[in-house]
Design a protein around this ligand. Structure first.
Ligand code: SF4
Length: 309
């Protein structure tokens, strides 16, 4: 079975910078309490490594709620960004803060603040419960409306005046286009600011293109990672190929590859390179069973709820 390494895949600049910042603070402030407010990146392997260097994970339903349990020391804001209310609360508690927000996410925060200051009503396309929208919505809670689907666009009631739409950085290119197109139908004057980041775009486009010449694709990453979940989704929906989500090589199932001659491998933006390498090695060693029955089109073994990362 031929294993096709899809490029680009894996770590993006935002994740690399965030991990570097967390490692630096772990080394500089040894022995002091250090907490990261939510998963620095949505990957268990990175989280475990940081915990071993003294960086404690505080995972709660929201960033503000998580902050409640941090009484002293240093708090690290993750690559997903935080709302102004979280920053203010951390200051009020006298915490030392380390901001690992990705520059692409900072750009969306700046955009939303500027639009709100200019009097716009803003529609934000994103996933409820994900930390990135939580932070961005906090920039202008009274002027911003979160939508996840075309159906939610149809149900929108917006006040008269200037309108703009912007997006979470890690969505599906295709879903976002459909939602924005519907917004433009309903509100022809709406200004469009598509903020899907380059890393997400490039990985999705490469995965869909490569999947077309493969029998199946393995996506390496955490089920908590939004951009990883979106890779599974776009391969299934836009290349019509089976896509299997695996966290590690041990999740691979030989029966998935029955009758496969070419299998692609890609990885989410927060997946450590070493894990992807192990998956590739394990795939290359696999002896797939002959095709006795059709290959199921399904996500892999990890929880495959809509992305939260
Ligand atoms: S996926 Fe995009 S927005 Fe998120 S950390 Fe990476 S580069 Fe930044």
């Amino acid at each position: 079975m031929e294993v096709v390494r899809i490029v680009p895949r894996g770590y993006c600049h935002g994740v690399v910078e965030a991990i570097r910042a967390a490692r630096r603070v772990g080394a500089e402030r040894q022995g002091e309490p250090i907490a990261m407010l939510g998963y620095l990146v949505h990957n268990e392997h990175v989280t475990t490594e940081l915990a071993e260097s003294g960086v404690r994970l505080v995972d709660a339903t929201s960033r503000l709620e998580g902050l409640e349990s941090i009484r002293e020391g240093t708090v690290i804001f993750t690559a997903h960004g935080v709302s102004p209310a979280v920053r203010a609360q951390a200051r009020a508690r006298g915490l030392h803060t380390v901001d690992a927000t990705c520059t692409d996410v900072i750009r969306t925060h700046d955009l939303v603040r500027r639009l709100a200051d200019d009097g716009y009503t803003i529609v934000y396309v994103g996933k409820r419960g994900h930390p990135e929208p939580e932070g961005v919505l906090g920039e202008a809670p009274d002027r911003i409306h979160l939508v996840e689907s075309v159906a939610e666009v149809d149900a929108l009631h917006l006040p008269p005046g200037r309108l703009a739409v912007t997006t979470q950085t890690t969505l599906s290119l295709w879903d976002t286009r459909a939602i924005i197109a519907r917004l433009q139908e309903r509100f022809p004057a709406i200004e469009v600011h598509n903020e899907i980041c380059n890393a997400t775009q490039e990985r999705q486009e490469a995965a869909v293109t490569a999947a077309a010449s493969c029998d199946a694709v393995v996506v390496v990453g955490s089920a908590r990672s939004s951009n990883t979940q979106r890779l599974v989704q776009v391969i299934q929906e836009h290349a019509a190929r089976p896509a299997f989500l695996v966290d590690t090589a041990s999740d691979l199932r030989p029966e998935w590859f029955a009758g496969c001659r070419r299998v692609g491998v890609t990885a989410g933006a927060s997946t450590p390179t070493v894990i992807t390498r192990q998956v590739i090695t394990a795939l290359e060693a696999l002896e797939p069973e002959p095709a006795l029955s059709p290959v199921a089109v399904t996500a892999g073994p990890g929880p495959s709820a809509p992305g939260t990362g």
